[in-house]
Design a protein around this ligand. Structure first.
Ligand SMILES: Cc1cc2nc3c(=O)[nH]c(=O)nc-3n(C[C@H](O)[C@H](O)[C@H](O)COP(=O)(O)OP(=O)(O)OC[C@H]3O[C@@H](n4cnc5c(N)ncnc54)[C@H](O)[C@@H]3O)c2cc1C
Length: 379
């Protein structure tokens, strides 16, 4: 990837900058989860109306057919402007790219635009109580009944299910073949009485994710994505997009948090402590490193049309750095960073989940060892 911007790319950046200056909704409210969600949904609608909800998507679905360099500019400018997160993150980063890669034309026409406009929110129904890292051992089953599939089982950690119209559901459709081969991927309508969504309260006090209890829910056959028995391959597309997308998206936001921490350290004089300065310097280098890795990930997509396994490296380093950043903040800001309800205390508690969500650090290290470094499999 050429990191020098052309005239056209600079013009794209300036157009976005001036649009953001005119449409920025201000600071997100703190505290109330429902209020925050409504704020982010409104913001996504504003982005969509302006044609800025997802610039790399095809224009026929409301995107801008942007190049990868323009996409990089896009994420960096949103971060620079400290724009709030869109509401439909899993729809934009996971469901959309998976439907683009595996969906029929009818499925693409049906689902993609409502994802962009935040009209239909998506959640990811992969993990189960006995199947997280070892996703292929999941037990939720789907049985064909004429033109429908009947689904029964339990999912867990389903982020945003309480707001979602659709779920990316992976279920077992064949018990008699090796576990990876017996899975199928469905687009499941959450608005049915056979699905119960029960919130799980996290250490932050928020109930960001949920348990799903599914008792004979119905899915029309036309909502199968990528063909019967192909669920593992389709799920890998979702997971690779999750790791690559999160890497780019979140590292830009981490830079803002680091800048705030440096400002706090200058204001309270802690910057004069060489140990503190050293830790902040280390965080600066890690954040820059992540930015370059994110560009490298985009180059892979440019060359091969999809994210590569090195997205696992970005996600692992991002979670490690974000946790270090939150711990450093607690030391630099002092007791104020531990007061419940403050942004620093929130970061400290929420960052614990970073090394679990989207693949645990241990699993990502295995992927990097085997698929990037080509080391032999662990016994
Ligand atoms: C904030 C948050 C949001 C989430 N959102 C979603 C969501 O929206 N949808 C969804 O489907 N899931 C979601 N998850 C679930 C997440 O993907 C799983 O928690 C994760 O994949 C780990 O699975 P597990 O919890 O079953 O742990 P396990 O797989 O039981 O792992 C337990 C420990 O053992 C280690 N381990 C397991 N296998 C190996 C191995 N082969 N080698 C080395 N170490 C190993 C793991 O790394 C981990 O440390 C979310 C999780 C969090 C924390």
């Amino acid at each position: 990837m050429d990191l020098t911007f052309s005239e056209a790319e600079l013009a794209f950046r300036d157009e976005l900058r001036s649009w953001l200056a005119d449409h920025h909704p201000g600071e997100m409210p703190h505290g109330d989860e429902d209020e925050q969600y409504a704020f982010r949904r409104d913001w996504q609608r504003t982005l969509y109306d302006g044609g800025w909800a997802a610039v790399h998507w095809p224009s026929r679905y409301g995107g801008r057919d942007a190049t990868l360099t323009q996409s990089a500019i896009y994420f960096e400018e949103l971060g620079r402007a400290r724009a709030p997160l869109a509401a439909n993150v899993l729809g934009l980063l996971l469901a959309g790219p998976t439907i683009m890669a595996w969906g029929t034309e009818e499925q693409q026409d049906r689902y993609l635009t409502p994802i962009l406009s935040a009209e239909e929110i998506w959640c990811q129904g992969f993990s189960e109580p006995e199947a997280g890292s070892d996703l292929a051992s999941l037990k939720t089953k789907a049985v064909r009944d004429g033109d429908e599939w009947v689904v029964t089982g339990q999912k867990v950690w389903t982020s945003g299910a309480q707001h979602s119209k659709w779920c990316m559901l992976v279920a077992r459709t064949d018990q008699d073949v090796p576990k990876h081969k017996g899975l199928s991927y469905f687009l499941m309508d959450m608005e049915q009485a056979e699905i119960q969504v029960r919130p799980l309260v996290q250490i932050t006090g928020e109930a960001e994710f949920n348990e799903l209890f599914i008792e004979e829910a119905r899915i029309p056959h036309e909502n199968l994505l990528g063909g019967e028995g192909n669920g593992w391959k389709v799920a890998l597309t979702t997971l690779m997009n999750e790791r690559a997308g999160l890497g780019f998206f979140l590292q830009v936001r981490m830079r803002n948090v680091l800048d705030d921490l440096v400002t706090a350290a200058v204001q309270n004089g802690r910057i004069d402590d060489p140990v503190v300065a050293d830790r902040l310097g280390d965080l600066h280098l890690r954040t820059e490193n992540l930015r370059l890795l994110a560009y490298r990930g985009l180059s892979t997509i440019e060359r091969y049309g999809q994210p590569g396994p090195e997205g696992s490296l970005t996600k692992w380093l991002w979670s490690e750095t974000n946790q270090l950043l939150a711990q450093t903040a607690a030391d630099v800001v002092g007791a104020d960073a531990l007061v419940a309800g403050t942004p620093w205390a929130y970061e400290l508690l929420r960052s614990r989940g970073n090394s679990i969500e989207g693949g645990t650090t241990e699993i990502l290290k295995n992927i990097v060892a085997e698929r990037v470094l080509r080391l032999p499999r662990a016994a």
